[in-house]
Structures are given as structure tokens and as C-alpha cells.
Design a protein around this ligand. Structure first.
Ligand code: UGY
Ligand code: MN
Length: 253
């Protein structure tokens, strides 16, 4: 990836079950069966305390998963294109996804991916066991987040959010993009039941995790466990923006 190698320090912080900051410099490659000519790193996972699995995927020229990803009767999955262009299928339904494109496959629907770029395409990939609700069933959703308008976050005109999936009760989770203008912040330090897996798309900032303020920047991944204190403010000249998952619409068992 071209990062300078460093044996004496690491920005990554791992607190099992609580939170993790995973900086790109420390990532190693993992083989995930079915993905050919792809470099993959597992980020959040049950081993860290997450109910989901997140990956960062670099699809090289000709990279593909034509065997299919997920597709189990009780597992949902989601892919977000960070850069490049891919052909993504939900069973037989085909979508061409450029940068900011995404595809959600509900339980029982298999995702197929193929790189269409002459060089690399980079993806943020997610899967989780679906929590069903009687009489409800999520459906295939695809779009480009660049086509979705931001709205103010919590009535603040310098923090912006967009929702990538429908709000309907059929869905037990959603993906959002949250963006802080330089110097903007969360209105308060959140503590909540839901977990997050967040990939930082742009900017730099300070992130409060478990009441410690930690520097973060583009390319970092953050896992936030249940109830962990969390809040951010942006520093520098670029918006601090991240794509993240959040469970919703279910009563804890
Ligand atoms: O929706 C959320 O809980 C979100 N605002 N949390 C976060 O950004 N850490
Ligand atoms: Mn939160």
C-alpha cells in the first residue's frame, strides 16, 4: 500500500468488546474463499466483540467473486465502493457501481462482485446475521451515496448525514454517511446500545472513544462496541466524513 514501515509505533488501539481503532498501516492480508485476485483485510469481527464482520477489499484487475458471497438464509450483506468501478449482482439482478455506489443483499440473496477497472477498485464490505421481525422482510437496495442529499444532523447546520437504506421496519440495520465541517462536532458524547463499524472516507479529527480523545484520519477504521462513549470533532481544512453501520428497528432480546 506504500505506507512507510514502522516497527516502533502504531496508531492502532484494540480494546476487545469496547472499541478498536485500526490504522491502515497495520493491516495484514487475509484469504477469504471465493474472492480471486483480491487483497482483503478483516476489520471488525466477532473476535473483537462485533455482531458483524467488516472487510476492506482491494479488487485487482480481473478481481472477482463469481462463486458468490453470503447468500445464507439468515445473513445480510452490504458493499460500498470506495474507489473504482465494479459489477455487483444480487442473485440475477446486476448493478454497475462507481465510487460511492452500494448494494445491500437481504438474507437468502447471494452477492457477486467483479472488478471493471483496468487498475484496482477498493470496497468496504459487511455481513451480519439478520434479526427477523414477523411479517417483515428486507429487499435488495442499490444506489450511489453521491446522489443522496445530506440533511442536517441533530439540527446542526455544520454536521450532515445521509441514510443509504430505507428506514422501514423490515431492515434491522442501516448504513449512513456522517460528515463534519472543519471544527464541527457531535452535539454530545453518545452512549447507546447499538454498535458501529466506521470507515473514514476523508479528513482528520479527534474521536472520543471510551472517554479518551484519539486522533483519527482518512483510511482509519473504528469499531465501537455497545454503550461505548463516542463523539468526534473535525480538525484541518477538509470535512471529516465516514460511512458506518448501525443496528435499528429491533427490541433487544
Ligand atoms: O448514529 C449514530 O449513533 C452516530 N452518530 N454515531 C457516531 O457517529 N459515533
Ligand atoms: Mn453512535
Amino acid at each position: 500500500m506504500g505506507y512507510p514501515k514502522d516497527l516502533l509505533s502504531s496508531r492502532s488501539i484494540i480494546k476487545h468488546g469496547l472499541y478498536a481503532l485500526i490504522a491502515p498501516e497495520g493491516l495484514v492480508n487475509n484469504v477469504i474463499p471465493g474472492f480471486e485476485n483480491c487483497t482483503m483485510s478483516i476489520l471488525g469481527s466477532p473476535q473483537l466483540g462485533a455482531t458483524f464482520v467488516d472487510y476492506i477489499v482491494t479488487m485487482h484487475e480481473g478481481g472477482k467473486n463469481t462463486q458468490g458471497y453470503c447468500g445464507q438464509a439468515d445473513v445480510e450483506c452490504f458493499v460500498y465502493v470506495l474507489s473504482g468501478k465494479v459489477k455487483a449482482k444480487a442473485d440475477d439482478q446486476e448493478f454497475i457501481l462507481g465510487e460511492s455506489g452500494y448494494l445491500f443483499c437481504p438474507p437468502g440473496v447471494t452477492m457477486y462482485l467483479e472488478n471493471m477497472e483496468a487498475g484496482d477498485s477498493r470496497l468496504f464490505l459487511y455481513k451480519q446475521k439478520h434479526k427477523p421481525l414477523e411479517g417483515k422482510k428486507p429487499w435488495v437496495v442499490s444506489g450511489h451515496s453521491n446522489d443522496i442529499e445530506y440533511r442536517d444532523y441533530d439540527d446542526m447546520s455544520n454536521v450532515h448525514i445521509k441514510d443509504l437504506l430505507p428506514m422501514d421496519l423490515d431492515f434491522d440495520m442501516n448504513f449512513h454517511i456522517l460528515s463534519f465541517d472543519p471544527a464541527a462536532s457531535h452535539p454530545f458524547i453518545e452512549t447507546h446500545y447499538q454498535q458501529h463499524g466506521a470507515y473514514l472516507l476523508s479528513g482528520e479529527g479527534m474521536y472520543n472513544l471510551d472517554n479518551e480523545w484519539i486522533p483519527v484520519k482518512k483510511g482509519d477504521y473504528i469499531f465501537m462496541g455497545p454503550y461505548v462513549h463516542q463523539a468526534a470533532y473535525a480538525v484541518g481544512r477538509e470535512p471529516l466524513t465516514y460511512v458506518y453501520s448501525k443496528d435499528c428497528n429491533r427490541d433487544p432480546e
